[in-house]
Structures are given as structure tokens and as C-alpha cells.
Design a protein around this ligand. Sequence first.
Ligand SMILES: C[S@@+](CC[C@H](N)C(=O)[O-])C[C@H]1O[C@@H](n2cnc3c(N)ncnc32)[C@H](O)[C@@H]1O
Length: 210
Amino acid sequence: MSRAQSRAYGEGASPLIVPYEASPLHFTSIFGNDHPVTVEIGFGMGGATASLARTNPEKNYLGIEVFKAGIGKLLWEIRKQGLSNIRIMEHDAVEVLEHSIPAQSLGALHIFFPDPWPKKRHQKRRLIQGPFAELMASRLRAGAYLYVVSDWEDYAKKTLELLSALPELENPYPGFAEPLEWRPRTKFEKKGLEKNHRVYEIYLRKRKGI
Ligand SMILES: C[S@@+](CC[C@H](N)C(=O)[O-])C[C@H]1O[C@@H](n2cnc3c(N)ncnc32)[C@H](O)[C@@H]1O
């Protein structure tokens, strides 16, 4: 962690960090308004989070990350840019989704470049697997979207297959989505692009009336 990030992080005591508790969060009290909430899992250094929050002040962003240097960096950006619509949880996203995010509460869920775990024997560590896919879908409101981006072909294909099989989600695209021009490039993405990786976009919506 750089000195600025470490100062911003301040032993995790920032009021912008929401402590993990195994009980449902009350978003209106956390953000001080009832704007729709986007959860971003694994924001890394938080560049995309800060950029989206700046351009969408009418939305709230809850970033979930376990990487301290990234949390410090995002806290520093929030202060530098004077952003009031971001909160952070420093905890495992699976537990947060399961215990802290109420069912049918989110306007959107972003996962940009989840750890690819390319080796066959490590693939069970991948974040997006069957039960977690169902959990994610259950946290979205009707009409909300789930947006996953990866530069790892087999992970992206499996994720698309898994999510497309969920009856409560619908895919407005025939398969992978067109690149959405509003999505900022992330740090991890830039590294992949330097190695000529292809980027796969997955964008599904929660059906209404389910
Ligand atoms: C490959 S990095 C991508 C970071 C960023 N989204 C980007 O594109 O630059 C994946 C991030 O997910 C975080 N992560 C992985 N598993 C997580 C989990 N279970 N809960 C919270 N964060 C997680 C890691 O700490 C890491 O920062």
C-alpha cells in the first residue's frame, strides 16, 4: 500500500467502510438516500467504481473487496473526487451476498474480471459457480441487471451458460453482450489487452414478475 492509500485506509476505520455483519443491510441508512444500489464484487484498485460513481450521482455503489491496497486506493479516490455515493465492505463477497444483501434489493451487480484461476486444479476456487450464480440472481430486483466481464474464454463461456440457464434471468443478446460503452476499462483489463486477450461481456436482466 502506498503512504496515501494507507493513510486513507487508516486501519480500516473509515466511515465509508461498512462493517460486515451476518444480517441484512439497510441501504437507506447506509447511503442516506433511497437511490438504487449497484454492488461491485472485486473492484481491485477501484478505478471503474470511482468513475461510474462520479458519472452516476443518482446511483449508490457498494464495493466488496478483500485486497487492502485496493480499498486504500478507492478511499483515497473517493476523498480526492468528493464522491458521496460509494461505500465499501472489506469481506468475502460470497458471505456478504448470502447474509448482508437483502433478497431482491439491488439495481445492478458488477463483476469485472473475476480472478480467472486458469489451472484446472484451481478452478474450484472460481467465484462464479452454480450456487453463487443463483445467489446473485436472487439479490437483484426485477428489471435489474447482472454484468460480468472476463478475458478468460472458458470461464466466460461457463459463466454465460450458467447464468443463461437461470429461469429468473433473461439475456437481451444472442450470447455474449456487445461492449457497453459506458463501462470504464479496468486495471486488470488493460493488462490483458496488452497481451491481446479478448474481452467477453455477459449482461443479463432479472425478469419481471419472478
Ligand atoms: C483479477 S482482480 C480484478 C480487479 C478489478 N475488477 C479489475 O478489473 O482491475 C479480482 C479481484 O477480486 C477480488 N476478490 C476475489 N475473490 C473475492 C471475494 N470472494 N470477495 C471479495 N473480493 C474478491 C480480488 O481481491 C481481486 O482484487
